[in-house]
Ligand binder design. Structure first.
Ligand code: ZN
Length: 68
C-alpha cells in the first residue's frame, strides 16, 4: 500500500467521524443488568456505558460477575 492509499483511507475515516452518524447517541442495553437507554462514553479508562444524564452506569450486576 503506497502513501496515496493511506491518505485516501485517512480522509475516508475523518469524513466518517464528521458525519451525523457518529454524533448520534446509539442506545445500548447493558449486557449484565439488561438496563436500556444507555450509551457509550469515552473515559480515561476506555469506553464505558453511561446513563442519559451523563453519569457512568455503575452496574452492580457487572461488579458481582467480576468477583466470581
Ligand atoms: Zn448494568
Amino acid at each position: 500500500m503506497g502513501d496515496g492509499a493511506d491518505d485516501a483511507y485517512d480522509r475516508a475515516l475523518s469524513e466518517l467521524e464528521g458525519s451525523d452518524y457518529c454524533e448520534e447517541l446509539v442506545e445500548v442495553q447493558c449486557a449484565y443488568c439488561n438496563r436500556k437507554g444507555l450509551h457509550w462514553q469515552e473515559t480515561e479508562h476506555g469506553w464505558r456505558l453511561a446513563t442519559p444524564n451523563g453519569k457512568l452506569h455503575e452496574c452492580s450486576a457487572y461488579l458481582t460477575a467480576k468477583e466470581k
